[in-house]
Design a binder for this molecule. Structure first.
Ligand code: ZN
Length: 173
């Protein structure tokens, strides 16, 4: 036979009691330090970014080049086979002109973000990134773009080792 709890022990605190200072409170800033593994494909991808390279993974069965790289081909259900160096140029697939920053604050100078198809990777492999050195009139679908890298000494093995993509010039890409 189960017993149903009719009344919880203790006294519930009201917001008023807390706000009025009747209840002793303390605030504490935890200093949490942690590390995690990015996994085999992402670790190599980030390490290559630090060297100024974009790399993908090729699946020999479907011949696709996956970017960002993945160790498993989701279409063939098998491991991918080899690393492939890609260019740092691509095509604008989608874009957004944002008047809200990453902390959701309104801004007057817009941020340009979008998805880029990297040259050499298979279709439908997008990389979301910033656009720069561009006006909102110039940004369009299908625009050829090129990566602008942080100087080598500032690279950290981060997707932001590429600062942004700018319009490609004649002969680039
Ligand atoms: Zn495949």
């Amino acid at each position: 036979m189960s017993q149903k709890i009719q009344k919880w022990p203790g006294v519930e605190l009201s917001q008023e009691e807390i706000d009025s200072g009747k209840i002793a409170t303390t605030s504490w800033h935890p200093s949490a330090k942690y590390a995690w593994s990015a996994g085999e494909a992402m670790s190599r991808f980030l390490e290559e970014l630090k060297q100024g390279h974009l790399v993908g993974r090729k699946c020999r069965t479907c011949q696709r080049i996956l970017f960002p790289p993945r160790m498993f081909c989701e279409e063939c259900f098998r491991p991918t086979d080899e690393w492939v160096q890609l260019k740092d140029t691509g095509t604008v697939e989608t874009y957004s002109i944002s008047y809200v920053d990453k902390d959701a604050r309104r801004i007057t100078e817009p941020i340009f973000v979008g998805v880029i198809s990297i040259d050499g990777a298979s279709p439908k492999m997008g990389w979301m990134h910033y656009f720069g050195e561009i006006g909102k009139e110039e940004l369009r679908f299908g625009l050829k773009v090129k990566a602008v890298w942080e100087p080598p000494e500032h690279r950290k093995g981060s997707v932001l080792d590429v600062k942004y993509f700018r319009p490609a010039r004649e002969g680039e890409g």
